[in-house]
Design a protein around this ligand. Structure first.
Ligand code: SF4
Length: 289
C-alpha cells in the first residue's frame, strides 16, 4: 500500500469524510474540533431541520385576502344589527328639535339616563328657546350641574339659544353648516339633531360607542371622530347612516361595552376579530380595538 494512503475506515460518528480530512489534510486539532461540533447532539438535526423546514407561508397573502371593509362583510354586519336592534332610536327624551339639541349638548361626558333625569324639569322650567336665551349661563348652571362639565354646558346651551333666536328666527336650523355655527355644537351633535329629528342623513354620529365598536369591527383604523365618520360614510350606504349609529350605540350599551364586552352573547361574534374580545371562536386581530 503506498505510503500516506490510509484505508477508509468507518468512524464511530458515522462521518467518515471528516475523519479522513482530519487524518490526511486538515490540521488535526481543527478537524477534531469540527468533528466534535458535528457530533454534538442536535447539531445535524438542527441543520437538517433548517434545510427541510417548509418555507413560511406568505403572511401577506393571508392578510391580503381578508378585507374588513369588503361590501359583503359590511352588509352582513348591517344585517345582523338590523336583526338585533330593528326599531331603535335616540334614547334622549325630547319633544322638539330644540329639546334634542339641549339634551345632546348635556349628554357629552354623561349618560343618557343621567340627562333624562334632568331634562323634564329643565324644559318645564324653561319651555321655549326664548326662555333659555333670556338666561345667563350662571343662572342655568344649577339646573344642569348633575350632568357634569356644567359651566361649559351652560355656556353652550345659553349661547346656542341666543344665536337661534337672533339669527334663525327661534327655529333650530336643519342645515349642517348653520348648526355647526352654534356654540357647543360639533358634528356629533349636529348629526344627532339632523338624523333623529329632521331625518336628514348628512353624516354618521360618532360618539364613544360608535368610536369603540367601529374600531373593534375593523370598520376604521382611525382614532379621530371626524376621520372615523369619513371612513364610515364611505362603506355604509347613506340610507343606513342614521339607523347604523343608533344600532351601534344600543349595541355599545347592551353588549359591546367598553370593558369586558359580552362576546359570548353577541350575534356578531364570528365575524368580529377584536383584540379585546372576552370570548372568541375566530382569530383575533391585533390593532382591532
Ligand atoms: S364579539 Fe365582542 S367585541 Fe365583537 S362586537 Fe360583539 S361584543 Fe363587541
Amino acid at each position: 500500500m503506498p505510503r500516506g494512503v490510509i484505508p477508509r475506515q468507518p468512524a464511530r460518528t458515522g462521518r467518515q469524510d471528516k475523519v479522513r480530512a482530519a487524518r490526511v489534510g486538515a490540521p488535526a486539532k481543527s478537524a477534531a474540533r469540527q468533528a466534535a461540533r458535528d457530533v454534538r447532539p442536535g447539531t445535524q438535526a438542527r441543520k437538517e431541520s433548517k434545510k427541510s423546514a417548509p418555507s413560511p407561508k406568505p403572511v401577506a397573502a393571508k392578510t391580503k385576502s381578508y378585507n374588513p371593509v369588503a361590501p359583503e362583510r359590511v352588509a352582513e354586519i348591517l344585517k345582523r344589527l338590523n336583526d338585533l336592534y330593528p326599531d331603535v332610536t335616540c334614547a334622549l327624551t325630547h319633544a322638539s328639535a330644540w329639546e334634542l339639541l339641549v339634551a345632546t349638548i348635556l349628554s357629552a361626558q354623561s349618560t343618557d339616563v343621567n340627562v333624562n333625569r334632568v331634562t323634564p324639569e329643565l324644559f318645564r322650567k324653561y319651555p321655549t328657546v326664548e326662555a333659555f336665551a333670556a338666561l345667563t349661563p350662571e343662572e342655568l348652571e344649577p339646573d344642569v350641574r348633575s350632568t357634569g362639565f356644567f359651566r361649559n354646558k351652560s355656556k353652550s346651551v345659553v349661547g346656542a339659544a341666543k344665536k337661534i333666536v337672533a339669527e334663525f328666527g327661534g327655529q333650530v336650523p336643519d342645515d349642517i353648516e348653520k348648526l355647526l355655527m352654534l356654540p357647543g355644537v360639533a358634528r356629533k351633535t349636529a348629526n344627532v339633531v339632523l338624523g333623529t329629528w329632521f331625518k336628514k342623513a348628512e353624516g354618521v354620529v360618532v360618539d364613544t360607542h360608535v368610536h369603540r365598536i367601529s374600531r373593534r369591527l375593523e370598520l376604521t383604523k382611525e382614532n379621530d371622530p371626524q376621520k372615523i365618520e369619513q371612513d364610515l360614510m364611505k362603506i355604509i350606504p347613506r340610507e343606513r347612516w342614521i339607523l347604523f349609529s343608533h344600532q351601534i350605540i344600543w349595541h355599545g350599551r347592551k353588549l359591546c361595552i367598553a370593558r369586558k364586552p359580552k362576546c359570548a352573547e353577541c350575534a356578531l361574534e364570528n365575524i368580529c376579530h377584536a383584540a379585546d374580545k372576552t370570548w372568541s371562536t375566530v382569530e383575533m386581530h391585533k390593532g382591532a380595538e
